[in-house]
Write a protein of this length. Structure first.
Lengths: 380, 319
């Protein structure tokens, strides 16, 4: 296991200072976390990065890969509501073999629950991450920003069939799946599938009737129903499929709009103008989302983030994440995009997924001090 | 260190052991266990300074990946399960055409709305919304499942690790989907499951593989060259037929068989070494030219001066 070197005390103190001054409660979180909860929230793809440990006869647990979920759990244990927490401790991730990347590393960060709302506390967190990162002395930093909810707004504005819109939104963090979905617009109409006639037939029946038909069908075919889906669920999806089969597919024009939207990566004001133009061209209404971005940028600049180091990339969205709105990374040219100095974003839906109240506002970020420290390369 | 033996991991039990032993014996190498029938170490005839370790197929994959053995015979499914970057640590030297099995994704037959991975993606997303839990996939092939599902853009699922009887997991209520090895699909059907139309993850078979991480000496590499020379020569020979005609008819016979040189046949004294598949065509051409009697023999081995696989290995090891 590779353990990272430590930054000098004065550098660490400078990197910590913005978080210490943020008026947040300093807390720690248990080093070991329930594996199942983490995988449920972060996805199975996260498993390859987790140190999984198990005591004899015990439940599988893992070393905390970051602080967001551990602190969300602690926050909900205290009853939820509003809360500002800052943390400073070791986190653990399995590095790809041969990468030489540290597997035990220091993270400093903040998590804000029930803050004043999207543009304001988004800007506060990103500006904090920026000031803390910059305190490490690097002069090659940039702030890359994206917005998962802006993509959703763009898709909603296209007015597509529900199942298609939902598929596109889910595909956002999976570039390959998204491109497959967009390419399909150019492809010839799909061949009728086995079961299409059955879908159409069942879709025309009342649900109870359709379920009975399905169960008869299983009995006739000698199929033992296994797996945790009830007849009603299968019937429901068959009828959705029948509706989707009749609904128009993504047109080439729509696919083109989405494709062009995803390639925008510019200084934020330029990017917003380009998105606005694209929306105008396609007759799409996303005014609310764009004015929120304008407010966010104003707030960021007023909090000391340099506008000339910012980029807004519409396609930016991390794969293993629970972020559902604004998100960002502070990157260093020297370290590259695989090793962000800081990262964070909005995750309003995380608390609900952990059993808390739905729609609770939450935003947070973390900084890797060793990456922020300008002298780290000389030590390594 | 030049005296250190070449270590080879061979399967210690089951059908794979029988097939691996038979394949080696056919190539001229017989295994003799040290310390009696139940020993875990063995020697190979015709290969001096080789140490055979009889271990499970899974352990062979692990040992190759860790560099604990030089060579091994094991399933490609087990090797691929060793995680990202396998090709930088283990080199597949030769596919062995036995131990065939498909690693597949299977769903309940009763899910008549699910035929493809795209269907699974939609069902998985709906399932997490409805139940707050993710679809469960029972498997012991965690790495390949993860890669395949990521490629299909499926995020809403959980792996349930299974050590045996994976196909039974949906019927037992422990999972909704299964990723497992199948040969005929009969066990899947018996458990109410079907293979997805695009659910083939890997067409697996036994492989002779070399570890790129193990410490290698030139003499160990020379043993590999000897082994591979025979293995490849044997495989080559099985595809060849040696035709011999009376010496006084050679001029006519050569003219009649000219066309087959372009198809891989080579001239021999008073005869032709032809592709086995061309045998009857060559015989027909000779008969038409009035050549006879023509006798046919099958060579046991057909050696070539170099082996592409061994050259490749030598280059990658930098020896």
């Amino acid at each position: 296991m590779i353990i990272e070197p430590t930054a000098p005390a004065d550098v660490l103190a400078a990197i910590r200072a913005p978080f210490a001054a943020a008026g947040a409660l300093a807390i720690d979180a248990p080093l070991i976390q329930p594996l199942g909860v983490l995988l449920d929230l972060a996805g199975e793809a996260m498993r390859a990065r987790l140190f999984v440990v198990q005591g004899e006869g015990g439940e599988e647990v893992c070393l905390r890969p970051d602080f967001t979920i551990p602190i969300a759990r602690a926050h909900l244990d205290e009853g939820g509501g509003a809360g500002r927490y800052t943390y400073d401790g070791k986190a653990f991730r399995v590095a790809p073999r041969g990468s030489g990347r540290a597997e035990e590393f220091l993270q400093i960060g903040i998590e804000i629950y029930g803050g004043p709302g999207a543009p304001a506390d988004d800007a506060e967190v990103a500006a904090l991450a920026w000031r803390s990162s910059a305190a490490g002395g690097r002069d090659d930093l940039s702030l890359l920003m994206g917005d998962v909810s802006l993509f959703s707004a763009f898709i909603d504005a296209l007015g597509l069939a529900d199942s298609l819109a939902a598929r596109l939104k889910r595909a956002f963090s999976h570039p390959r799946a998204l491109h497959a979905e967009l390419d399909r617009a150019q492809a010839p109409a799909p061949e009728p599938r086995q079961g299409d006639r059955l879908s159409a037939l069942l879709a025309g029946l009342p649900e109870a009737e359709a379920c009975a038909v399905l169960e008869d069908l299983w009995a006739i075919a000698g199929i033992q129903p296994v797996g945790g889906r009830k007849p009603a669920e299968i019937v429901h999806r068959l009828s959705e499929r029948a509706i989707a089969a009749k609904a128009p597919r993504l047109s080439e024009a729509e696919a083109g709009l989405v494709q062009r939207y995803l390639t925008i990566a510019e200084p934020p004001r330029v990017a917003l103008d380009q998105i606005a133009e694209l929306a105008k061209e396609g007759g799409l209404k996303l005014n609310g989302a764009l004015s929120a971005w304008s407010d966010r940028l104003d707030a960021l600049v007023s909090l000391g983030a340099p506008v000339d180091r910012m980029m807004l990339a519409t396609g930016f969205g991390r794969v293993f994440s629970y972020y559902d709105g604004f998100l960002f990374e502070v990157r260093s040219n020297a370290l590259g995009e695989e090793a962000p100095v800081a990262a964070g974003g909005r995750y309003d839906n995380l608390a609900a997924a952990l059993g808390g109240t739905a729609g609770e506002r939450a935003v947070g970020c973390m900084v890797r001090p060793i990456r922020a420290w300008a002298g780290a390369e000389r030590v390594a | 260190m030049t005296d250190a033996p070449l270590t080879i991991g061979l399967p210690s039990k089951g059908r794979l052991k029988e097939q691996a032993d038979a394949w080696l014996a056919d190539c001229g190498f017989t295994i003799s266990a040290e310390g009696g029938e139940r020993g875990y170490r063995a020697k190979l005839s015709n290969l001096p300074n080789v140490q055979v370790q009889l271990i499970s197929a899974g352990d062979i994959a692990t040992a190759l990946d860790a560099g604990d053995i030089h060579l091994g015979v094991t399933g490609e499914d087990l090797l691929r399960e060793r995680g990202e970057g396998l090709d930088s640590r283990v080199m597949l030297m030769r596919a062995l055409c036995f131990g065939r099995a498909d690693l597949i994704v299977a769903a309940p037959q009763s899910w008549i709305d699910v035929e493809t991975m795209a269907d699974v993606e939609e069902v998985a997303a709906a399932y997490v919304v409805r139940t707050g839990r993710r679809l469960r996939v029972a498997t012991k092939y965690l790495v390949q499942t993860r890669t395949f599902f990521a490629r299909a853009g499926i995020a809403d699922y959980r792996i349930v690790e299974s050590s045996g009887a994976t196909e039974g997991a949906p019927a037992a209520g422990a999972a909704e989907l299964v990723v497992d090895i199948t040969t005929t699909g009969a066990t899947l059907r018996a458990n109410g499951l079907k293979v997805l139309a695009d659910g083939l993850i890997l067409k697996s078979q036994a492989q002779l593989a070399a570890s790129l991480i193990a410490p290698w000496t030139p003499s160990q590499l020379a043993s590999v060259r000897r082994l591979m020379g025979a293995v490849e020569a044997r495989a080559r020979a099985l595809k060849l037929s040696m035709l011999t005609w009376p010496a006084d008819q050679t001029a006519r016979a050569q003219a009649a068989t000219e066309a087959f040189l372009a198809r891989g046949a080579t001239r021999r004294a008073d005869g032709l070494l032809a592709q086995a598949g061309d045998l009857l065509d060559v015989a027909g051409a000779l008969a038409a030219a009035g050549v006879g009697p023509v006798s046919v023999a099958h060579p046991e081995f057909a050696f070539e001066p170099t082996s592409a696989a061994v050259e490749d290995l030598t280059g990658r090891l930098g020896l």
